[in-house]
Design a protein around this ligand. Structure first.
Ligand SMILES: Nc1nc(=O)c2c([nH]1)NC[C@@H]1CN(c3ccc(C(=O)N[C@@H](CCC(=O)O)C(=O)O)cc3)CN21
Ligand SMILES: CC(C)C(=O)C(=O)O
Ligand SMILES: [Mg+2]
Length: 270
């Protein structure tokens, strides 16, 4: 999988299927099931480590899991999240950390934020590192945003997200994840920027979709510190294992549902 191929897919209307992945066994299974892109997400702080948020994930965690995923899927495009503290403060440190992820097997790095991160995106891209942006709900800012909630609901915040998308695209990012934004806004962004858009709770009109694999399998029920009975899955999640008895088939059904645009349905969107 290459970036030109992904642009061809988008131009021909074929949707891009992305899933989070953290180890070699799942990487191989996902590659065989036709997943186009594997995201080594800092969601691993929540789904692997049992934390309440992604704020305590380190570069060591990210490089360890990136190496495992790369070992399992040598021919699949791999994106790795830059964790909290690895890119916000200075661009040289951001470059060194991004390079470490690339040397661990990632082909592209992803970090959260818009306008305030444009110069960092430019800095890495100028030095040959492909970048994926992440706009809308940005989990690393959960405490500033005041909880897990939809972004871009007011005209002003929708305008801000649109401007961030334009600015990041002009800085040269190859892709951007749009998380928990109204479907109409995600469509408008997708129609107006060069970068490919990958939605999670952003409607069916993005160029592609991403979900956390644990959510696809219906096995995540909240942080280790809280009883499962208190957990309610976010609206954008769908359990693809519910209709089959094999993990391979569940992942295959997710890919199929993204490709035939039956996922996300309006009930998964805002
Ligand atoms: N298992 C898992 N799935 C994810 O999608 C995910 C992670 N972990 N960890 C990192 C971030 C955090 N994310 C989250 C976590 C919770 C909600 C959530 O509870 N959403 C509710 C409330 C929305 C609202 O208040 O409007 C929802 O119903 O969507 C959303 C995104 C997305 N990412
Ligand atoms: C949910 C996706 C987009 C992510 O950033 C992650 O898995 O960390
Ligand atoms: Mg992330």
């Amino acid at each position: 999988m290459t970036l030109p191929k992904l642009h061809e897919m988008a131009a021909s209307g074929e949707k891009i299927a992305m899933l989070t992945c953290y180890d070699a066994t799942f990487a191989k299974l996902m590659a065989d099931a036709g997943v186009d892109i594997l995201l080594v997400g800092d969601s691993l702080g929540m789904v692997l480590q049992g934390a309440e948020n992604t704020l305590n994930v380190s570069m060591h965690h990210m490089t360890y899991h990136t190496k495992s995923v790369a070992a399992g899927a040598p021919d699949t495009l791999i994106i790795a999240d830059m964790p909290v503290g690895s890119y916000e403060h200075d661009n040289e440190a951001a470059y060194k950390n991004a390079e470490w992820l690339i040397r661990s097997g990632a082909h592209m790095v992803k970090f959260e934020g818009g306008g305030e991160r444009v110069e960092t995106a430019r800095y890495l891209i100028e030095r040959g590192i492909p970048v994926c942006a992440h706009l809308g709900f940005t989990p690393q800012s959960v405490n500033q945003l005041g909880g897990y909630k939809i972004q871009g609901k007011t005209e002003e915040s929708a305008h801000q997200i649109m401007q961030d998308a334009i600015d990041m695209s002009n800085a040269g990012v190859s892709m951007m994840v749009l998380e928990m934004v109204p479907a109409a806004l995600a469509k408008q962004i997708t129609d107006n920027i060069k970068a490919l858009t990958i939605g999670i709770g952003a409607g069916v009109d993005c160029d592609g979709q991403v979900l956390v694999i644990h959510d696809v399998l219906g096995i995540y029920n909240g942080p280790a510190s809280k009883p499962a009975s208190e957990f309610k899955a976010p609206r954008f999640v769908k359990n693809f294992l519910a209709d089959t008895n094999s993990v391979q088939q569940a992942v295959g059904n997710y890919v199929q549902a993204v490709k035939d645009k039956s996922f996300p349905a309006p009930e998964h969107s805002y």
